[in-house]
Design a protein around this ligand. Structure first.
Ligand code: 5GP
Ligand code: ZN
Length: 114
């Protein structure tokens, strides 16, 4: 989707600090980090929200989640802990409509979120 911000980051039309990429998944630093590490892990294929996933996407979603765990390990906070979040639509505060898994780590966090 040409006008989608994250599609433009994936295609390098917009700059971001990319920390991982493969055939299906790209991960880059959030521009407004909510912790010492804040990475967004996205599929290359444009999917607006979790509501738009199909059974065919199950493997890709697993790859997003496992990539978060691997990045947490490489950042050194897999044992101390980290937060992984998908925001969906208005009540969760989704602002970019290309699914993305937030990986936040490097500090302690509270629950429930605001
Ligand atoms: P959402 O609120 O949709 O779950 O998360 C969108 C995230 O995208 C936010 O954490 C926001 O800081 C991040 N973001 C918005 N614009 C940009 C951008 O241009 N570059 C990067 N790297 N992150 C962005
Ligand atoms: Zn997109």
């Amino acid at each position: 989707m040409a006008q989608c911000l994250f599609c433009q980051i994936i295609s390098r039309e917009i700059n971001a600090t990319i920390v991982y990429e493969d055939e299906r998944v790209v991960a880059f630093n959030d521009i407004n980090p909510q912790g010492p590490t804040h990475v967004l892990i996205v599929p290359r294929r444009h999917i607006a929200t979790l509501n738009d996933l199909s059974e065919d996407d199950d493997q890709m979603v697993g790859e997003l989640v496992r990539r978060a765990a691997l990045l947490a390990k490489s950042k050194g906070f897999s044992a101390s802990g980290y937060r992984t979040v998908f925001n969906t639509n208005r009540d969760a505060g989704q602002t970019v409509f290309h699914i993305h898994l937030h990986l936040i780590g490097g500090r302690s966090m509270h629950w429930p979120p605001g």
